[in-house]
Design a protein around this ligand. Structure first.
Ligand SMILES: [Zn+2]
Length: 104
């Protein structure tokens, strides 16, 4: 995946009356029957009328936050840390399908 696709899949933008907030996906128990998805705000809130390109930039910047994203040692793509197994390899590289039912 490109970084834009990773940002699309693992971040979202929450729009409130106060502004737009980029949030990163946090996955709990990704290999269980029912993985839990929660979203955590990253960085500061953008203005309500932030330009789409600025929102996109903020989503890509969120990928740089090591609390929320790590690189797989095999494919080098960024994933939420819980989707990277103890040896540093992501679930996809391990052949494990992870497709959370995201209620956006
Ligand atoms: Zn990988």
């Amino acid at each position: 995946m490109t970084e834009a696709e990773i940002a699309q899949q693992y971040t979202r933008v929450l729009k409130t009356r106060l502004g737009q907030w980029v949030q990163a996906m946090v996955v709990k128990e990704p290999q269980s029957e029912s993985p839990q998805i929660i979203w955590k705000g990253v960085g500061r809130m953008l203005p309500v009328r932030a330009l789409p390109e600025n929102v996109e930039t903020a989503r890509l910047t969120a990928l740089r936050d090591r609390r929320f994203f790590r690189n797989c040692v095999r494919c080098a793509e960024l994933r939420p840390p819980s989707l990277i197994l103890s040896e540093g390899i992501c679930l996809e590289c391990k052949g494990i399908l992870f497709r959370p039912a995201v209620a956006a």
